[in-house]
Design a protein around this ligand. Structure first.
Ligand SMILES: *[C@@H]1O[C@H](CO)[C@@H](O)[C@H](O)[C@H]1NC(C)=O
Ligand SMILES: *[C@@H]1O[C@H](CO)[C@@H](O)[C@H](O)[C@H]1NC(C)=O
Ligand SMILES: *[C@@H]1O[C@H](CO)[C@@H](O)[C@H](O)[C@H]1NC(C)=O
Ligand SMILES: *[C@@H]1O[C@H](CO)[C@@H](O)[C@H](O)[C@H]1NC(C)=O
Ligand SMILES: *[C@@H]1O[C@H](CO)[C@@H](O)[C@H](O)[C@H]1NC(C)=O
Ligand SMILES: *[C@@H]1O[C@H](CO)[C@@H](O)[C@H](O)[C@H]1NC(C)=O
Ligand SMILES: *[C@@H]1O[C@H](CO)[C@@H](O)[C@H](O)[C@H]1NC(C)=O
Length: 770
């Protein structure tokens, strides 16, 4: 394996610089060191040992951190951003292949090692670019009274004149034309469909008109199809995306609010990864177990035609609609004060037709990977990643992240070139392809390398999109919470206004904008789906951090999300106007997280915090859920007994991890006495790395989706953007509620026991003997 050789060789290089005490030294390397001291002579060795006495490990880390932070430069980010967003670059196209090679080039030029691409052959979907999708309204006598263009207009010709940039479409939509009555179903959630029925409106055989927001678009379509809709239309409501009104002065390009002919594009796939090769990588030479028809039958891909429309086009539909006015929380701001109606159908018997042109194609995609090999422990990976494919130009989603990641790579290499620093563990850079279609590049990668990742990956750190400029926002697993908070205190605020108000770091503003009143810490959720960290956590059990910058708003995303107006102008002149200060801060935070994981002698993971959160939050939530079951006293007793057992094992974990903290303390102390003996350190770190894997159930937590394998945190079955806690138990409860049999009741108990078994695995991992 190349990394062994490179690691050892690079270690000797960095030994020539003075502040080498920062990282601990493996046996091979200490041997090298002895040789080196002999070769280099007394002068150097004296400097080293003087340093060793004077400088603490913390001091040296601080010094490296400062240099690295200083090296991250806004001008470079701007340059990378322009390079990666020149053309529309949908996954599977030549334009996107060019972006892959531009990233590989940027990384190689900076000096990353072993930069290469990893290909997969996957099922993607495209519209007919010569023949836009449309909404047509005809009067009773067949006269066309309205037809949508299906193409958004160019607003800034310098950045938006690429071919077909304005095309409005949704990936994996069914192909065809449908004429029927339209029914309004608000956000298309399960509750919305239920309420629609209660209000006496039947969606069966109709076209569902739904607003974006409150969940993944693919799940809306999935539900519409389940309820019998024959076609669907999605639109962005001005109440979400143009909150100051639709007037030109209040929308893009004057502000970040969505302009009137824009649409949100996106994928409709339900589930992650190549639709035809579930659970296994879509390699050319491997068999694909699912057919397209099966993917449609399994509801992985929709059957019905679907298209996205602008709020201006939505007005043409809504203003004609028949039926009762909608409930107040279904009412939006299309047309300012238009009253939305439920339908079905139009007044005057006008007819609605949707024309959708959609084609499935198998295409080659390419992930890009590059390394900075660690000086001490090259086979421990700190993985950083983001995708690069976009619906159009993608300068916010995802290339704000791609540009920053390239600059993090460059700044790290600059720091390595100019100082004696080299990370102790390996830092791996990943640029994923075809994320937009359903996390395909990252999912195929994790499926291919799951075994290696479980052994080598310490953490995966994702930063997809800078959504706004208000505050840092971080999602992670409980064992890493402390670390992500500490790192945020090391990075200066990008906002002059915030600093003028005494909030000098990312942490200060984060605490102000997203506080968690209960814990007195910033609000940190466990990551759900929707971006590339998901397969790492849910399939492989690698701890993940997913972070970004975003606004106060409760709205899912940002107004220009997946529109053709995500070009550099938006980043530079609307969202991050102080010379990309937010982009820079994001890079500094990313680098700080990576450096800490790479260099800390003991991995910054806190098992006690996991036990604590389980006891104070997860178990009470579970108890409430179980209390809601409508069952006999004996059955309730049986469930309670198992719950009590789970609670007891969790308490054991708490005590065990307290004891383990002492071991860590002792190990750290003995290391500072004798940094040339890494045995104990490795013992502690190996255990810390095993913790998250205890929660992986290889059989899957849900019979519906065997790739959801994390028993605590799995992507929700009903909303792919969010996370359901202990999904196995949740699914068993749902199944029981649907048909209360003794077997399904026993399955609830079994699922509680499986969670307990995972907690027991952690307890055993921390033990010295079994
Ligand atoms: C609705 O808006 C229109 C134009 O913006 C205005 O003329 C009309 O008075 C408004 N109606 C109500 C009931 O507010
Ligand atoms: C889509 O449907 C149209 C008819 O509505 C048909 O002519 C066309 O061949 C179909 N395209 C694909 C890719 O199936
Ligand atoms: C670091 O040094 C390598 C080797 O000389 C060089 O190729 C690379 O461009 C340098 N990187 C930076 C960011 O200075
Ligand atoms: C985002 O937050 C900033 C404050 O940082 C505020 O000025 C702006 O109006 C917000 N924008 C949106 C779209 O919510
Ligand atoms: C922050 O974003 C808001 C729009 O959400 C914009 O009005 C404001 O100018 C931005 N501030 C900076 C400093 O970029
Ligand atoms: C670990 O987490 C526990 C419980 O939340 C907390 O009391 C402790 O201070 C944390 N330890 C470290 C080193 O962060
Ligand atoms: C609980 O279940 C019993 C039958 O076992 C049923 O009669 C009763 O209506 C149920 N209660 C609720 C609130 O669902």
């Amino acid at each position: 394996m190349p990394y062994v050789g490179v690691g050892a060789q690079k270690a000797s290089t960095s030994l020539t610089g003075p502040p080498m005490v920062k990282a601990y030294i493996s046996i091979t390397v200490s041997l090298l060191f002895v040789l080196l001291v002999a070769a280099v002579g007394l002068h150097h060795s004296e400097r080293r040992f003087n340093h060793f006495k004077r400088v603490t490990i913390e001091d040296v880390h601080l010094e490296d951190s400062k240099t690295l932070t200083k090296n991250i430069n806004s001008e470079n980010i701007k340059e990378y951003l322009r390079t990666f967003t020149k053309d529309p670059h949908i996954a599977g196209t030549d334009a996107n292949k060019k972006v892959a090679y531009a990233i590989a080039n940027a990384w190689s030029n900076a000096g990353l090692e072993d930069v290469h691409t990893i290909p997969y052959e996957v099922l993607l979907s495209y519209p007919d670019f010569e023949n836009p999708n449309s909404v047509v309204i005809r009067s009773r006598d067949g006269r066309e009274v309205f037809k949508s263009k299906g193409v958004s207009p160019v607003i800034l010709p310098d950045e938006q004149s690429g071919k077909h940039a304005g095309h409005q479409w949704l990936a994996y939509a069914g192909n065809g034309s449908v004429s029927s009555d339209v029914v309004y179903v608000n956000r298309g959630t399960e509750t919305d469909f239920k309420n629609l029925k209660l209000m006496g409106v039947d969606i069966n055989g109709k076209i569902a008109l739904m607003r974006y927001g409150h969940g993944f678009r693919g799940d809306k379509i999935h539900k519409a199809q389940l309820h019998g809709a024959v076609g669907a239309i999605l639109f962005s409501d001005p109440s979400d995306v143009a909150q100051d009104g639709e007037k030109q002065a209040n929308v893009y390009p004057k502000t970040v609010w969505m302009p009137n002919e824009a649409v949100q594009r996106g994928s409709l796939m339900h589930g992650d990864g190549d639709p035809l090769s579930p659970y296994y990588p879509a390699k050319k030479e491997l068999y694909k177990s699912r057919t397209i028809d099966e993917a449609k039958e399994d509801r992985v891909l929709p059957k019905i035609p679907v298209l996205p429309i602008s709020y201006t086009t939505a007005y043409q539909i809504l203003k004609r609609m028949n039926g009762r006015p909608v409930p107040s929380d279904w009412q939006g701001l299309v047309g300012g004060n238009l009253t939305y109606k439920l339908g079905p159908g139009f007044v005057n018997n006008d007819r609605l037709t949707i024309n959708v042109h959609s084609e499935l194609q198998t295409k080659r995609i390419r992930n890009v990977i590059g390394y900075i090999h660690g000086a001490e422990e090259p086979d421990k990976y700190i993985m950083l990643g983001n995708h690069f494919d976009a619906w159009v130009y993608g300068s916010i989603d995802p290339n704000s992240g791609t540009a920053v990641l390239a600059e993090v790579a460059r700044a790290m290499m600059q720091t390595i070139n100019e100082t004696s620093w080299r990370p102790a563990r390996t830092i791996v850079f990943n640029a994923w392809d075809a994320e937009e279609f359903g996390l395909i590049g990252s999912t195929e990668f994790v499926e291919e390398y799951v075994d290696i990742l479980q052994k080598r990956a310490v953490v995966y750190i994702n930063m997809d999109t800078i959504q706004g400029n208000a505050s840092l926002n971080v999602e992670t697993v409980p064992s890493i919470e402390y670390m992500v908070i500490e790192a945020s205190k090391q990075v200066e605020s990008p906002s002059k206004r915030e600093k003028a108000r005494g909030r000098n770091t990312l942490y200060d503003t984060w605490m102000k904008v997203f506080p968690d009143k209960k814990t007195g810490k910033p609000k940190i959720r466990v990551p759900g789906g929707g971006t590339d960290h998901a397969p790492f956590l849910n399939f492989a059990g690698v701890p993940v951090i997913n972070f970004n910058f975003k606004n106060y708003s409760t709205f899912d995303t940002y107004p220009l999300y997946h529109t053709m107006y995500e070009t550099p102008f938006t980043n530079i002149h609307l969202m991050d106007t102080d010379n990309l200060a937010v982009h820079r801060a994001i890079g500094q935070y990313w680098a700080e997280l990576a450096r800490t994981f790479a260099d800390e002698v003991i991995l910054p993971m806190n098992v006690t915090n996991l036990a604590q959160i389980m006891m104070s939050s997860y178990l009470p939530q579970l108890q409430a859920q179980l209390g809601g079951l409508n069952i006999s006293r004996t059955d309730a007793e049986a469930i309670r007994n198992q719950f009590v057992n789970l609670k007891k094992t969790t308490t054991d974990l708490f005590h065990m991890s307290k004891k383990f903290e002492e071991t860590i303390h002792f190990t750290r102390h003995s290391f500072s006495q004798n940094p040339y003996d890494p045995k104990h350190i490795n013992g502690v770190n190996d255990r810390l790395m095993s913790i998250e894997k205890c929660f992986i159930n290889p059989r899957g937590v849900s019979k519906h989706n065997p790739s959801a394998r994390h028993v605590l945190f799995s992507v929700s079955d009903s909303d792919s953007y969010s996370n359901s806690l202990m999904a196995g138990i949740g699914n068993a409860i749902n199944d029981y509620n649907e048909s209360p049999t003794n077997k399904l009741l026993r399955e609830i108990i079994n699922q509680i026991s499986i969670v307990q078994y995972s907690v027991l695995c952690v307890v055993n991992t921390l033990r010295d003997v079994i």
